[in-house]
Design a protein around this ligand. Structure first.
Ligand code: TRP
Length: 327
């Protein structure tokens, strides 16, 4: 049997922080061994928030380099920019005709972003384009953070609706939600998720931050009153977040870390966490700086051409099913 297909996408703006890495990117890398993997920098999605064109261009390339530096191998995975594969937007239109506006009105991410950025049609249709990203490749599995579960449910509904109405076309995809790392919290407010859009830079660590910045950010991380290194999200959210980060960067169970560090002062423990993060990110920084912009752009375009070829076969069968034959 051929391998199952994994698809996922990453937004190119705002940089990549350790929450994105531990919750998503690192899993993308690991999934390459077991699945046929297809990954995409979703630049059209990012346009739903106003962008400065020159800066956008730069951030888009940086995101592509970051994904490769983190370990996605463009020779193993299909990796490309969404906008360079027009089959995504065509399928998005067709799926849009099957989407009830009522279901889009219920999307919590839309409600949040519309409050901040103004309600434009692209933002409203965002989940439909995401469904098209996944379905155009007949993906079976979709690694996503828990904030994307609602969008994935819509994708599943649309796949089922299309199949019922026009005949079997799409596998109904399932999520891969990580058990650990799905919720790395802000260093400044450990009750809310680490986020690209938080105006406070101190709330996160970017993958390319230098060692001094990392030491400073972790040193200033909000911790809890009292003493003792314990894992308890209710009583000690700050320390629990640092334990989670340490656990993921050292591939060590939280229980074991608690046993080892239980009596440490917070300051000393933060030092241990900072050094583990610095060590964990060092290979990514090294690999990033060895990547040439032009070479990466060329790789991305090659990826897009391969992705078009793979998407075209399904595009033809979707067109035929809905009554748009002849090409
Ligand atoms: N909406 C996703 C996010 O913000 C990004 C995304 C776009 C995506 N298309 C996708 C993720 C398809 C998985 C599959 O994280």
């Amino acid at each position: 049997m051929s391998k199952q297909i994994v698809f996922s996408g990453i937004q190119p703006t705002g940089g990549v922080h350790i929450g994105n890495y531990l919750g998503a990117l690192r899993n993308w890398v690991r999934l390459q061994d077991e699945y046929e993997t297809i990954y995409c920098v979703v630049d059209l999605h990012a346009l739903t928030i106003p962008q400065d064109p020159a800066e956008f261009e730069r951030e888009r390339l940086e995101a592509a380099k970051m994904v490769i530096a983190a370990g996605v191998d463009p020779n193993t995975s299909l990796f490309y920019y969404q906008s360079q594969v027009p089959q995504h937007t065509e399928l998005s239109w067709i799926l849009g005709t099957l989407t009830q506006v009522g279901s889009l009105n219920r999307m919590t991410q839309y409600k949040d972003k519309a409050d901040q950025a103004g309600a434009n049609l692209g933002l409203y249709a965002y989940p439909v384009l995401m469904a098209a990203d996944i379905l155009i490749h007949h993906a079976h599995r979709v690694p996503v953070g828990d904030d994307q579960i609602q969008h994935l449910e819509l994708t599943r509904d649309l796949a089922e609706r299309f199949n019922r109405r026009f005949g079997e076309e799409f596998p109904v995809p399932e999520g891969i939600i990580p058990e650990h790392g799905a919720r790395i919290m802000s260093l400044q407010d450990p009750t809310s998720k680490m986020s690209k859009s938080d105006p406070n830079q101190g709330s996160r660590i970017q993958l390319l931050d230098d060692p001094d910045t990392i030491r400073k950010r972790i040193g200033r991380a909000v911790t809890d009153s009292g003493t003792g290194i314990e894992f308890d999200w209710n009583r000690k959210p700050g320390i629990s977040n640092l334990l989670e980060i340490l656990s993921l960067f050292t591939d060590t169970q939280v229980d074991k870390l608690v046993a080892e560090h239980n009596a440490m002062q917070y300051g000393e423990f933060k030092h241990v966490v900072a050094e583990a993060v610095i060590d964990g990110l060092a290979p990514i920084r090294r690999s990033y700086s060895s990547l040439e912009d032009e070479e990466v752009s060329r790789l991305m375009y090659k990826g897009a051409l391969d992705a078009r070829t793979s998407a075209e076969k399904y595009q033809v069968s979707v067109r035929e099913k809905v009554g748009l034959t002849g090409h």
